[in-house]
Design a protein around this ligand. Structure first.
Ligand code: XIL
Length: 370
């Protein structure tokens, strides 16, 4: 080969994007319109996963703690607050230029047992005691991170798919007022932090209506609520994107920001009776529910890519309403969907593979926003 030909070939090769390697980060494209982030687990925020650091640096401008800011971690025993892991998460975010999102202050799951009982006795806590604990928790936690957290999921999953309030301990003892108490206390503790209501199955019409009612009621009472988080634990064929889109429009019409807060796409078959994202659901492992332990067949991968693109095309269309898109995890290997609602499966629900390599669809998503 002549020297000149070799030079031209070499030039072409350096200009060609390498297969599977996103040249730009998600934040370079999507960041022009909204925040784009990921949930990170304790190993990552403790700095033990350099591959995850590289992904965070290149692709994301905000992060959520997958578990360590939940009440069961922050308040393990009455009168005791343990901020060690969460403080590390916050300094990790500061080091990596990630806005910190706080998840979550009030939730029926992952709350410490002592919270709902009297001391070590089995008797349930009284209304007054629960109210006092709720206020103390929010004041202490939001106060501890004052000025460092961009926004808080103040209440998580308080509404059922049929639009009724979840009959949680909070609701049973305090009625719907527990939501107002939570938003009021959070605002008092950090007047500059944004405050959100967050839930799953937000494409359900009755749930959508109930969330809109809740937002309007809070606003009518003069309380601050900045946004609604649509968790978006999606699958290949759910939710119905038309209903999902209606919810984006409906929440935006209530005068709040819309956020996609816990995005992932499940590719595994769901057991009968499965639905939503209540973490209490669990089913027995059977081989038929774990069909791809050694890798995703090309046809499934294609289906999955198409689903990611359908979702991001929708988010792009609604870019003036959506203020944040957050993926629930960094790499497939770390996703909670390998362990829920069935333990021990191999799932492929995120944008980075088990080696923390961007899947080819990442480049396609970036193209949507260019
Ligand atoms: C999940 C975490 O990803 C898991 O690691 C944990 O074991 C259970 O909780 N809705 C939420 C999140 O609001 O906090 C949940 O996170 C997933 C469902």
């Amino acid at each position: 080969m002549k020297n000149k030909t070799i030079k031209v070939l070499a030039l072409c090769l350096t200009m060609m994007p390498m297969a599977g390697m996103a040249q730009q980060g998600l934040k370079d494209a999507i960041g022009k319109y909204c925040l784009i982030g990921a949930a990170i687990n304790q190993w990552q925020s403790d700095g033990q996963v350099p591959e995850a650091d590289a992904v965070m640096d290149k692709h994301f401008n905000c992060a959520v703690a997958e578990n360590c800011m939940k009440p069961e971690t922050l308040a393990p025993a009455e009168g005791l607050f343990d901020f060690r892991v969460a403080d590390k998460f916050v300094s990790y975010c500061q080091q990596h230029n990630l806005k910190v999102l706080g998840h979550c202050l009030v939730w029926h799951s992952q709350a410490p047992d002592w919270w709902f009982t009297n001391g070590y006795a089995a008797s349930p806590a009284s209304k007054e005691v629960l109210k006092e604990r709720l206020i103390k928790h929010i004041k202490t936690v939001v106060g501890h991170y004052k000025g460092q957290v961009h926004g808080w999921d103040v209440v998580n999953e308080a509404i059922m798919d049929d639009g009724s309030f979840r009959k949680s301990h909070y609701y049973n003892l305090l009625g719907e007022e527990f939501i107002e108490i939570a938003f009021r206390t959070a605002h008092e503790a950090d007047p500059d932090a944004e405050l959100y209501y967050n839930d799953y199955s937000m494409a359900q019409p009755k749930k959508r209506e109930a969330v809109c009612r809740l937002v309007k009621n809070l606003k009518a009472k003069g309380l601050r609520i900045d946004g609604v988080g649509m968790q978006s634990h999606n699958g290949l064929d759910y939710p119905d994107l038309k209903e999902y889109e209606k919810s984006i429009d409906a929440f935006a019409a209530c005068g709040v920001k819309v956020m996609i807060t816990e995005l992932d796409v499940n590719v595994l078959p769901n057991p009968q009776g499965f639905g939503g994202a209540d973490i209490a659901q669990n089913f027995e492992l059977q081989q038929k529910y774990n069909p791809y332990p050694n890798g995703l067949p090309a046809a499934k991968q294609k289906e999955l890519d198409a689903r990611w693109l359908a979702l991001f095309n929708l988010y792009y269309k609604h870019r003036s309403q959506i203020s944040r898109i957050n993926i629930w995890g960094v790499s497939d290997g770390g996703s909670w969907l390998n362990g829920w609602p069935i333990k021990g499966r191999t799932n492929y629900p995120l944008l980075f593979d088990r080696q923390y390599k961007a899947k080819p669809v990442v480049d396609e998503i970036i193209k949507i926003y260019k």
